[in-house]
Design a protein around this ligand. Structure first.
Ligand code: G6P
Length: 376
């Protein structure tokens, strides 16, 4: 068993450490290093169709749904197409507005989730083209799609999804670039810059994983907490949701992800010294809008501190203002705004992992949960 886990104590930890490889393999052969052009093969959807879709729906469940929320930011930013995100379990109960002008994207690690599959059939019955982002070749959802962007995370054993999630974010970024190029929304220079930044992500993930972030010391003051808040703004809000889900799944601690700016509309009332708040405070130092967003998040940290709360921040190396207000900072390297999620989710996975281990939980097989939910 230890051998199967490659020397790691749990599959989840092994899979967290496999992320540089999972992301590298998902990029491989799809992005031209020099040209920045994206190539998608195995599609029954023609490039011309990609240029003409009027809207995009993304449907998924669980962690894949969080990838979908992040994908909305990527596609809207790079391709300027409106994107709507749905839960698989909700989609077909509201007579969704999809038609032949819609591209419906299904995201599923297993490719077998019953609700996502049913949503796909609903979309197809209304004439929508469907594209799947799946981790299992030959799975139901991929077989029923007009095209599949396979994530190359490899088999994921831990019930709590980790490497499949970062591979999904990678695939969505590639899809967003592709749509942006097909629709003439990206200059060659922009494409080259994004491609080069994307190709640097695996090495940056290695760096995040090799940094000694003292998780064991950090969790000493966190593992007894009964509630956690996770905050993020913009594309970092879906990552806050994912961080909270990881903690819930494997440590059984109640956790909530919230948009940082919504704190004053309710959650501020919860803040006291017994409620740790984890804040995504990363930024692209070269992007003015990203830095502005980061500064707003910094004031949210100060507001939590002013109310006696405890803050763990995930922040960008070289942007040290955050150390003045956060109690603990975990650093990740800088990259483009839309790629930051791939780096910043890793500390949240490790935080949940170490808290769960400290609480003696069954990390790979959490109670009441299944790896793949094939019934409604
Ligand atoms: C289950 C798993 C989650 C996963 C979700 C969706 O709840 O425990 O980790 O995110 O299903 O699964 P899928 O295979 O469709 O991505």
């Amino acid at each position: 068993i230890m051998a199967e886990k490659g020397g790691y104590k749990h599959f989840m930890l092994k899979e967290i450490y496999e992320q540089p490889r999972a992301v590298r393999d998902t990029i491989l052969g799809r992005v031209g290093q020099e040209s920045g052009r994206v190539f998608l093969d195995e599609m029954q959807i023609q490039p011309k169709e990609f240029a003409e879709f009027q809207n995009v729906r993304i449907v998924a469940c669980g962690t894949s749904w969080h990838a979908a929320l992040a994908g909305k930011f990527m596609i809207e930013r790079l391709a300027r197409i409106p994107v709507e995100v749905d839960y698989g379990s909700e989609f077909r109960y509201r007579d969704p507005i999809v038609n032949p002008n819609s591209l419906t994207v299904l995201i599923s690690q297993s490719g077998e989730t019953a609700d996502t599959l049913a949503a796909q059939r609903e979309a197809k019955s209304k004439g929508s083209r469907t594209l799947s982002i799946c981790n299992v070749m030959g799975s139901m959802i991929s077989r029923e799609a007009a095209g599949t962007l396979l994530t190359h995370a490899g088999p994921e054993i831990g019930v709590a999804s980790t490497k499949a999630f970062t591979a999904q974010l990678t695939a969505l970024f590639i899809l967003a670039m592709y749509l942006g190029q097909a629709r003439g929304r990206q200059t060659p220079e922009q494409s080259q810059d994004l491609a080069q930044e994307l190709l640097r992500i695996p090495a940056k993930l290695e760096h995040v994983l090799s940094a000694d972030a003292h998780y064991e010391d950090l969790v000493k003051w966190l593992f007894k907490a009964t509630d956690f808040l996770y905050l993020g703004r913009g594309i970092h809000y879906p990552i806050a949701l994912e961080g909270a889900l990881k903690l819930k799944e494997i440590s059984y601690i109640h956790a909530e992800g919230y948009p940082a700016g919504e704190m004053k509309h309710g959650p501020n009332a919860l803040i006291d010294e017994s409620l740790p708040t984890v804040v995504l405070a990363t930024a692209d130092p070269e992007d003015e809008a990203s830095v502005l967003r980061y500064e707003k998040t910094l004031s949210n940290i100060q507001e939590v501190k002013a109310r006696g709360g405890k803050v763990v921040a995930v922040a960008t190396e070289g942007m040290t203002d955050v150390t003045r207000s956060a109690d603990h900072v975990i650093w990740v390297p800088p990259t483009r705004e839309l790629l930051l999620p791939i780096l910043e989710v890793v500390p949240l996975q490790l935080l949940a992992y170490h808290i769960a281990v400290r609480r003696g939980c069954d990390v790979d097989q959490p109670r009441n949960l299944a790896k793949s939910v094939t019934v409604e």
